[in-house]
Ligand binder design. Structure first.
Ligand SMILES: [Zn+2]
Length: 253
């Protein structure tokens, strides 16, 4: 399996990183995980922009994780895609998104490929080789009252990917390390966001869960250029492979 980092910015738009988007690849087949602003451009920068993405999984509907979806559909249409696309969304957003597509003039009657919209389930299997399991991140709990007032959900998930005896965890956005810790088992890889926690807390989680390989993503500007302090913290916890990720990183796991 390969994990491609397309976008590793935090919620703040910056010049050197796109917003959250990742590709999970197995032998030329692809899933897209999150589709924040810039996803279409990040895909267009790859050698083969017409990647056969079979499905899109959205962790939560903050714009930096989901706002790239309509433009992605237009990009696929203009790239002459004909294969169906499955989109998995937080349950409350499923019907709203289907309706929203009409306002973007994306009509199923004339669209060149079927767009199949589903609610996220607790566990998915893809390609007979990959199991995906969701865990709650608590990221939107502070917005729950207002969400309820306006008739929308406050769901936010991280994803655990298991294939060939190896486990890769992508947290997406979190409330805190404490909030996600119960949903995180021992794993080989952890890709965790760095905007709502500290490097020290991430190190402690990696040690506790015996995770050897850690990448920090969703990187706020204040984390940039802190390689020296990062090195000191990581050494203190005895971690060998702990880095800030970058747009374009490819991880074999
Ligand atoms: Zn968020």
């Amino acid at each position: 399996m390969r994990w491609h980092v397309l976008g590793s910015a935090s919620g703040l738009t910056v010049a050197n990183r796109f917003h959250s988007a990742y590709l999970l690849e197995d032998a030329g087949k692809f899933l897209l995980i999150d589709a924040g602003g810039g996803t279409s451009r990040a895909l267009a920068k790859l050698e083969k922009p017409l990647l056969p993405i079979e499905a899109v999984l959205i962790s939560h509907t903050h714009p930096d994780h989901a706002a790239g979806l309509p433009l992605l559909l237009q990009f696929m249409m203009m790239s002459k895609r004909t294969a169906p696309l499955d989109i998995f969304l937080p349950a409350f957003y499923k019907d709203f998104f289907a309706e929203q597509l009409y306002r973007f003039y994306i009509f199923p009657e004339k669209w060149p490929f079927p767009i199949r919209i589903h609610a996220l389930e607790k566990t998915f299997d893809f390609w007979n080789s990959l199991r995906v399991t969701l865990f709650p991140t608590g990221h939107l709990s502070a917005a729950a009252d207002l969400a309820r007032l306006h008739g929308v959900g406050a769901e936010s998930y991280g994803f655990r990917f298991e294939a060939g005896g190896s486990t890769f965890i992508y947290t997406s956005d979190i409330l805190s390390v404490e909030a996600i810790s119960p949903g995180i088992p021992a794993a080989d890889w952890l890709m965790i966001e760095g905007a709502h926690t500290s490097l020290e807390e991430i190190c402690r989680l990696a040690v506790e869960k015996k995770i050897d390989h850690v990448r920090v993503t969703h990187i706020p500007p204040e984390l940039e250029g802190q390689e020296r302090s990062l090195k000191e913290i990581v050494q203190k916890y005895g971690l060998q492979d702990f880095k800030l990720t970058w747009d374009g990183e490819i991880i074999e796991w």
